[in-house]
Design a protein around this ligand. Structure first.
Ligand SMILES: Cc1cc2nc3c(=O)[nH]c(=O)nc-3n(C[C@H](O)[C@H](O)[C@H](O)COP(=O)(O)O)c2cc1C
Length: 194
Protein backbone atom coordinates (compact mmCIF):
# COMPACT_ATOMS: atom_id res chain seq x y z
CA UNK A 1 0.00 0.00 0.00
CA UNK A 2 1.14 3.52 -0.73
CA UNK A 3 0.62 4.56 2.89
CA UNK A 4 3.22 1.97 4.00
CA UNK A 5 5.83 4.34 2.60
CA UNK A 6 4.71 7.26 4.75
CA UNK A 7 6.41 8.04 8.02
CA UNK A 8 5.87 10.85 10.53
CA UNK A 9 8.35 13.72 10.27
CA UNK A 10 9.17 16.30 12.95
CA UNK A 11 7.22 19.53 12.41
CA UNK A 12 10.55 21.39 12.51
CA UNK A 13 11.37 19.77 9.17
CA UNK A 14 8.38 21.35 7.42
CA UNK A 15 10.50 24.01 5.63
CA UNK A 16 12.77 21.29 4.19
CA UNK A 17 9.78 19.53 2.68
CA UNK A 18 7.58 22.38 1.49
CA UNK A 19 10.10 24.85 0.21
CA UNK A 20 11.64 23.44 -2.92
CA UNK A 21 11.10 26.70 -4.80
CA UNK A 22 14.14 28.39 -6.24
CA UNK A 23 16.49 30.10 -3.80
CA UNK A 24 16.51 33.87 -4.25
CA UNK A 25 19.06 36.60 -3.69
CA UNK A 26 17.68 39.62 -1.85
CA UNK A 27 19.34 42.97 -2.61
CA UNK A 28 18.76 46.29 -0.90
CA UNK A 29 20.45 49.66 -0.56
CA UNK A 30 20.04 52.85 1.46
CA UNK A 31 22.16 56.02 1.54
CA UNK A 32 25.26 54.41 0.04
CA UNK A 33 25.02 51.18 2.05
CA UNK A 34 24.11 48.06 0.12
CA UNK A 35 23.91 44.33 0.68
CA UNK A 36 22.86 41.02 -0.86
CA UNK A 37 21.79 37.83 0.97
CA UNK A 38 20.18 34.61 -0.20
CA UNK A 39 16.67 33.85 0.99
CA UNK A 40 14.88 30.62 0.33
CA UNK A 41 11.75 31.65 2.16
CA UNK A 42 10.39 33.71 -0.71
CA UNK A 43 6.98 33.05 -2.20
CA UNK A 44 4.64 34.56 -4.82
CA UNK A 45 1.52 36.02 -3.23
CA UNK A 46 -0.60 37.53 -6.01
CA UNK A 47 -0.79 37.71 -9.83
CA UNK A 48 -2.06 41.23 -10.47
CA UNK A 49 -0.64 43.31 -8.98
CA UNK A 50 2.35 40.94 -8.81
CA UNK A 51 3.32 40.47 -5.17
CA UNK A 52 5.66 38.28 -3.16
CA UNK A 53 6.47 37.59 0.45
CA UNK A 54 10.08 37.45 1.61
CA UNK A 55 11.25 36.38 5.05
CA UNK A 56 14.28 38.43 6.13
CA UNK A 57 15.44 37.95 9.71
CA UNK A 58 15.83 41.04 11.89
CA UNK A 59 19.49 40.28 12.62
CA UNK A 60 20.57 40.60 8.98
CA UNK A 61 22.31 43.71 7.69
CA UNK A 62 20.05 43.65 4.65
CA UNK A 63 16.93 44.08 6.81
CA UNK A 64 17.23 47.78 7.80
CA UNK A 65 18.21 48.61 4.22
CA UNK A 66 14.83 47.24 3.14
CA UNK A 67 12.97 48.96 5.98
CA UNK A 68 14.57 52.36 5.37
CA UNK A 69 14.47 52.37 1.58
CA UNK A 70 11.08 50.66 1.27
CA UNK A 71 12.50 48.68 -1.65
CA UNK A 72 14.18 45.35 -2.31
CA UNK A 73 15.19 43.27 -5.30
CA UNK A 74 15.04 39.51 -5.82
CA UNK A 75 17.11 37.44 -8.22
CA UNK A 76 17.16 33.73 -9.06
CA UNK A 77 20.79 32.56 -8.91
CA UNK A 78 21.98 29.70 -11.09
CA UNK A 79 24.29 26.79 -10.29
CA UNK A 80 27.21 28.70 -11.86
CA UNK A 81 27.34 31.03 -8.85
CA UNK A 82 26.54 28.62 -6.01
CA UNK A 83 29.81 29.41 -4.21
CA UNK A 84 29.07 33.12 -4.28
CA UNK A 85 25.54 32.41 -3.01
CA UNK A 86 26.94 30.37 -0.11
CA UNK A 87 29.36 33.17 0.80
CA UNK A 88 26.61 35.81 0.69
CA UNK A 89 24.53 33.52 2.92
CA UNK A 90 27.19 32.72 5.49
CA UNK A 91 28.87 36.07 5.95
CA UNK A 92 27.00 39.07 7.34
CA UNK A 93 27.86 42.61 6.42
CA UNK A 94 27.42 43.27 10.15
CA UNK A 95 30.70 41.37 10.64
CA UNK A 96 32.42 41.94 7.30
CA UNK A 97 31.95 45.40 5.77
CA UNK A 98 33.71 44.18 2.60
CA UNK A 99 31.28 41.25 2.27
CA UNK A 100 30.20 42.08 -1.27
CA UNK A 101 33.74 42.56 -2.62
CA UNK A 102 34.97 39.39 -0.91
CA UNK A 103 32.03 37.28 -2.10
CA UNK A 104 33.54 36.86 -5.55
CA UNK A 105 30.20 37.83 -7.09
CA UNK A 106 30.09 40.30 -9.96
CA UNK A 107 27.65 43.15 -9.52
CA UNK A 108 25.81 45.46 -11.88
CA UNK A 109 23.12 48.13 -11.67
CA UNK A 110 19.87 48.20 -13.60
CA UNK A 111 19.08 51.68 -14.91
CA UNK A 112 16.85 53.49 -12.44
CA UNK A 113 17.51 51.12 -9.54
CA UNK A 114 20.42 51.83 -7.24
CA UNK A 115 20.78 48.33 -5.81
CA UNK A 116 23.45 45.66 -6.26
CA UNK A 117 22.33 43.03 -8.79
CA UNK A 118 24.43 39.85 -9.00
CA UNK A 119 25.52 38.57 -12.41
CA UNK A 120 24.60 34.96 -13.22
CA UNK A 121 20.93 34.92 -12.25
CA UNK A 122 18.07 33.67 -14.40
CA UNK A 123 15.66 36.45 -13.40
CA UNK A 124 15.58 39.72 -11.51
CA UNK A 125 12.76 41.74 -9.99
CA UNK A 126 12.40 44.95 -8.02
CA UNK A 127 9.71 45.42 -5.38
CA UNK A 128 8.37 48.22 -3.27
CA UNK A 129 7.48 47.20 0.24
CA UNK A 130 3.79 47.25 1.12
CA UNK A 131 4.18 48.25 4.76
CA UNK A 132 2.72 45.75 7.21
CA UNK A 133 4.53 46.62 10.46
CA UNK A 134 2.86 43.89 12.51
CA UNK A 135 3.83 40.98 10.25
CA UNK A 136 7.28 42.45 9.58
CA UNK A 137 8.01 42.69 13.30
CA UNK A 138 6.29 39.49 14.39
CA UNK A 139 7.15 37.16 11.48
CA UNK A 140 10.11 38.90 9.75
CA UNK A 141 7.89 38.79 6.67
CA UNK A 142 7.85 41.50 4.01
CA UNK A 143 5.27 41.91 1.28
CA UNK A 144 6.65 43.34 -1.95
CA UNK A 145 4.79 44.61 -5.01
CA UNK A 146 6.74 44.22 -8.25
CA UNK A 147 7.71 47.35 -10.15
CA UNK A 148 10.14 45.79 -12.65
CA UNK A 149 11.00 42.28 -13.85
CA UNK A 150 13.67 40.85 -16.18
CA UNK A 151 14.65 37.32 -17.24
CA UNK A 152 17.59 35.83 -19.12
CA UNK A 153 16.06 35.04 -22.51
CA UNK A 154 18.31 32.00 -22.89
CA UNK A 155 16.52 30.41 -19.94
CA UNK A 156 13.07 32.03 -19.95
CA UNK A 157 11.18 33.33 -22.97
CA UNK A 158 7.65 33.42 -24.40
CA UNK A 159 6.29 32.76 -20.95
CA UNK A 160 8.16 29.47 -20.38
CA UNK A 161 11.33 28.21 -18.73
CA UNK A 162 13.82 26.63 -21.19
CA UNK A 163 15.96 24.70 -18.74
CA UNK A 164 16.21 21.72 -21.11
CA UNK A 165 18.07 23.92 -23.61
CA UNK A 166 20.81 25.13 -21.26
CA UNK A 167 23.65 23.48 -19.36
CA UNK A 168 23.28 22.64 -15.68
CA UNK A 169 25.28 25.75 -14.75
CA UNK A 170 22.38 27.91 -15.99
CA UNK A 171 19.71 26.13 -13.98
CA UNK A 172 18.19 27.49 -10.79
CA UNK A 173 19.26 26.46 -7.30
CA UNK A 174 16.94 24.90 -4.75
CA UNK A 175 18.26 24.98 -1.22
CA UNK A 176 17.41 22.44 1.44
CA UNK A 177 19.74 23.01 4.43
CA UNK A 178 23.29 22.35 5.58
CA UNK A 179 24.88 23.28 2.27
CA UNK A 180 22.67 20.90 0.26
CA UNK A 181 21.25 22.23 -3.00
CA UNK A 182 19.35 20.67 -5.89
CA UNK A 183 19.40 22.07 -9.39
CA UNK A 184 16.08 22.13 -11.18
CA UNK A 185 15.38 18.97 -13.16
CA UNK A 186 13.47 17.77 -16.18
CA UNK A 187 10.30 19.55 -17.23
CA UNK A 188 7.29 17.77 -18.68
CA UNK A 189 3.78 18.71 -19.76
CA UNK A 190 0.53 17.17 -18.69
CA UNK A 191 -2.49 17.77 -20.94
CA UNK A 192 -5.71 17.64 -19.02
CA UNK A 193 -8.36 15.93 -21.13
CA UNK A 194 -11.45 17.00 -19.16
C1 LIG B 1 20.82 29.19 0.71
C2 LIG B 1 20.48 30.09 1.87
C3 LIG B 1 19.17 30.49 2.07
C4 LIG B 1 18.84 31.39 3.10
N1 LIG B 1 17.52 31.77 3.28
C5 LIG B 1 17.22 32.73 4.21
C6 LIG B 1 15.89 33.22 4.32
O1 LIG B 1 14.95 32.79 3.62
N2 LIG B 1 15.65 34.20 5.23
C7 LIG B 1 16.63 34.72 6.05
O2 LIG B 1 16.35 35.62 6.86
N3 LIG B 1 17.91 34.25 5.98
C8 LIG B 1 18.22 33.30 5.05
N4 LIG B 1 19.52 32.85 4.93
C9 LIG B 1 20.55 33.42 5.80
C10 LIG B 1 21.11 34.76 5.29
O3 LIG B 1 21.24 34.79 3.87
C11 LIG B 1 22.49 34.99 5.93
O4 LIG B 1 22.38 35.01 7.32
C12 LIG B 1 23.23 36.21 5.40
O5 LIG B 1 24.59 36.09 5.75
C13 LIG B 1 22.71 37.55 5.94
O6 LIG B 1 23.56 38.56 5.43
P1 LIG B 1 23.52 40.08 5.92
O7 LIG B 1 23.57 40.11 7.45
O8 LIG B 1 24.74 40.71 5.31
O9 LIG B 1 22.24 40.68 5.41
C14 LIG B 1 19.86 31.90 3.95
C15 LIG B 1 21.19 31.46 3.77
C16 LIG B 1 21.49 30.56 2.74
C17 LIG B 1 22.91 30.10 2.56
Amino acid sequence: MFTDHLQPVALSELPLLFNLGGTSLVSAAFEGKEDVMPATWVCPLNYDPARVTACVDSCHYTRPLIEKSGMFALALPTAAIVNEVMYLGHVSENDEPAKLEKSGAKFFKMPGYDMPFVEGCAAYAVFRVLPEPHIEKTYDLFIGEAVALWADRRVFRDGAWRFEEVPESMRTLHYVAGGRFHVIGRGFDVHQSR
